[in-house]
Design a protein around this ligand. Structure first.
Ligand SMILES: [Zn+2]
Length: 324
């Protein structure tokens, strides 16, 4: 082999070696450029989305690269003349949809709600004068010998107090009221009544109104004690009583045939029925209204209208029904 041929083979080997290195470098370069490729998500108005692989960074480039045409009523974010941001998302939405959403939100607030925010609540301090009722106090001074009547010792007078309220109004309608203070301007004056109830002795009461019928009725249901008493009669004369006014020991005016004087064993007011005298004006009904110094418990004296009658009656033992 000639020396010149060996030289050219060396040169060819060098060229092939350099070429291989160049190819390797190119391959590395392509691989390096691949690291600029991004995965970008494109969101469409109907919430449909796609993810594309791209080496572009301009929004308009990415869209045209994927044959996506933005319609006149659509808006793009980020804007078409800008680059994609860190979210690597391009959102396409209908421009008028956003407006509609805003409008609906406004409509959702009702007129009442809107008005409610402007309802005026006002507070006022109100002073009212209120009457304080008086109380009625009764004094019982019941006793024998006084008439039954109520005497007003002191007239009652209503008091007066001032009450302060804090009143809340909502559009002039009262919605709340609280008492702040109460001041008594005038204390009430009690009405004092003296009650004088006549203590009713049965005899006194009867002396004016009784009759055989009422006496009988007054002892209805009572069981009498039956005794035999020595019965005599008397009148209002000085001989019989030592006085002439006919007023009995009980204070009642003696009533002919009804009034009897009896011993202390028979209380004033005791009703006595004597069957043997049932044909007399009193129907046999008597009431103990009087006493007498000489009258013991086994004796009674019947009051008569005249001394003559009393004498005539005499003295006899009679069966008596004692109601007490
Ligand atoms: Zn007499």
């Amino acid at each position: 082999m000639k020396t010149g041929e060996r030289l050219s083979i060396k040169i060819i080997r060098k060229i092939v070696f350099v070429s291989i290195i160049l190819i390797c470098l190119l391959t590395i370069g392509v691989k390096a450029s691949r690291s600029d490729i991004n995965y970008v998500t494109i969101v469409f108005p109907e919430d449909y989305e796609i993810t594309v692989m791209t080496s572009c960074v301009s929004v308009s480039d990415i869209l045209s690269e994927n044959h996506i045409i933005v319609l006149p009523d659509e808006v793009v974010y980020p804007r078409e003349d800008s680059n994609i941001d860190n979210t690597k998302t391009i959102t396409i939405s209908k421009a008028n949809e956003e407006k509609i959403v805003v409008a609906e939100e406004v409509e959702n607030i009702s007129t009442e709600e809107l008005l409610g925010k402007y309802v005026t609540i006002t507070e006022k301090i109100i002073t009212e004068q209120v009457e304080i009722p008086y109380e009625t106090i009764t004094k019982d001074v019941s006793s024998v010998g006084t008439e039954t009547k109520d005497t007003v010792l002191q007239e009652g007078e209503k008091g007066l107090k001032e009450i302060k309220y804090k009143v809340k109004y909502q559009d002039d309608v009262e919605i709340e009221r609280n008492v702040i203070s109460e001041t008594v301007i005038k204390e009430p004056v009690d009405r004092i009544i003296q009650i004088s109830t006549k203590i009713v002795s049965r005899s006194r009461n009867r002396s004016e109104t009784y009759s055989a019928a009422t006496l009988e009725a007054s002892v209805e249901g009572m069981t009498p004690k039956v005794v035999t008493l020595n019965t005599s009669a008397y009148c209002a004369c000085a001989k019989c009583t030592g006085k002439t006014n006919g007023i009995t020991s009980s204070g009642a005016k003696a009533k002919e045939w009804y009034t009897v004087a009896a011993g202390s064993g028979y209380p004033i007011g005791t009703v006595i029925y004597i069957p043997a005298l049932a044909n007399k004006p009193n129907g046999g009904w008597f009431v103990v209204e009087d006493r007498g110094g000489a009258i013991s418990n086994n004796r009674i004296d019947i009051y008569m209208g005249s001394h003559q009658s009393a004498i005539q009656f005499g003295r006899k033992n009679l069966e008596c029904y004692i109601y007490q």
